[in-house]
Design a protein around this ligand. Structure first.
Ligand code: FAD
Length: 256
């Protein structure tokens, strides 16, 4: 209850605990579900691990873990089983100081146990990764969105989400983004489309209604409102996202 009250009062913020939980669930639950990583699935795993190791929000041993897993998968044959990947995660973790310390979601806490949580933390991680990529310039424009597309195509367990996301990726031309800033804005606009579709849905947490993001309170300069419509001010939105999802601004609230 204390976390919920704090988060509700804080406005948009990125919590390290949520990023950690997202990666924890990816490595220990979602990815090992794959029977085998081969061809496009193997490439999708390599790209995802590459992005995670470059922009890891984890502690020092977490960075080592991601780097070793990336190296392992790069060196593995093109028919790596989910079980072999899982065994490697366990082996590497057993040789390192504790990586995952977050015990609960913070910014992604739900007002009931079935609400929010993992999918919220995934969005948070994805936005975070697009912003870090724009800050560092080590990866070409479009790489992070490509890795997200690969994850959704091959490993995302929510079948409805997969279908919607892939259709949206086609319609919104995910593979045509030309700059890293566009990549940040592409994901923001796509997420807002999902928010709009799910507003009022049974999956909506009444404490966290699905509004267009960011709302006027959080960023008054991000929208121009007239009687008939709202116009997003894209440069202001970009500035806002680069601030909220900046590694330097991560909150450690709720971590032991
Ligand atoms: P979320 O939508 O999960 O958002 C998490 C946090 O991100 C918010 O609290 C806010 O701080 C921030 N945020 C919100 N909007 C934006 C934005 N536009 N830009 C930047 N930051 C933002 N569920 C379905 O039922 N059907 C689907 O088709 C579906 N597709 C999905 C596709 C993907 C790729 C993912 C990751 C999830 C999908 N989900 C889908 C789950 C759904 O979008 C929510 O994650 C879930 O309902 C929990 O919502 P939430 O209130 O925690 O906020």
């Amino acid at each position: 209850a204390a976390i919920l009250a704090t988060v509700l009062g804080a406005g948009p913020k990125t919590y390290r605990a949520d990023l950690e939980q997202a990666i924890d669930k990816l490595l220990h639950i979602e990815l090992p579900k794959a029977r085998v990583f081969e061809a496009a699935g193997h490439l999708a795993l390599r790209q995802l691990l590459n992005v995670l190791r470059l922009f890891s929000p984890l502690n020092r041993s977490g960075n080592v873990l991601l780097a070793r897993l990336h190296e392992f998968v790069n060196g593995s044959s093109d028919a790596l089983s989910g079980a072999a990947f899982q065994a490697q995660v366990q082996l590497q973790e057993s040789m390192l100081p504790k990586v995952f310390k977050a015990r609960r979601y913070v910014g992604c806490i739900g007002s009931a146990p079935v609400l929010r949580g993992f999918t919220c933390s995934l969005w948070t991680l994805f936005h975070y990764l697009t912003v870090q990529s724009a800050r560092s310039s080590v990866l070409p424009a479009g790489y992070v969105l490509g890795a997200i597309h690969g994850f959704v195509s091959h490993f995302f367990g929510c079948k409805d989400c997969v279908q919607h996301f892939l259709a949206m990726a086609d319609r919104r031309k995910l593979f045509s983004v030309a700059t890293r800033d566009e990549e940040i804005l592409w994901l923001w606009a796509a997420h807002n489309e999902v928010n709009q579709r799910l507003a009022g849905d049974s999956t909506e947490d009444p404490q966290f209604p699905k509004l267009q993001f960011p709302d006027l309170n959080a960023c008054p300069k991000c929208q121009l409102q007239s009687a008939s419509n709202t116009t997003w001010q894209l440069q202001e939105v970009l500035k806002f996202l680069k601030d909220v999802y900046d590694a330097k601004n991560l909150s450690n609230y709720g971590l032991p």
